[in-house]
Design a protein around this ligand. Sequence first.
Ligand SMILES: [Zn+2]
Length: 171
Amino acid sequence: MPLTMYDYIGPKDIADAVAKVAPGFPVLSSAGLMQWLADDQQQADINGQVIATFIVDENGTLRIADRCSEHVACAGGRPVQSAGEMTFQVDKGQARVHAVTNQSTGYCPEPQSWPQVADAIRKAGLVAPAGFHVNFLFRKCTDCHALNVIKEGVFVCAMCDADLPADWNLA
Ligand SMILES: [Zn+2]
């Protein structure tokens, strides 16, 4: 099956604003991940967890950035194989992947992009969870063009009450 690439579909002014920002840190080893956590001065929360913005780039490399970063900045403005938020559990000088979601309104990747995320995590020398911790379903309203995040399986536009398409339609 050919790989699905997701283009950035968020506001152009955000893409323009981050055009000169360096792309996200490529995680190539667990030691590299620890180095990023230190260099970026990431503070673990009370549970020892750090949440980061992540993307899987066109080459299948996991790239991460501070949680406040835009996905399009993390991706250097390029298409991605997936995107979302990744929670790391940091303990005794080790970090492991605790949870992952596909929450990115800039790219709106499908839950089906999980295998690419799992591959990227393994390529980074880390253990991949069984799947996305939360699956986000994104649809664009064909009437008012609002971006919707489907909640509880209800395919109705939050803005105009129109029915939303069953299939992903954000290309
Ligand atoms: Zn609508």
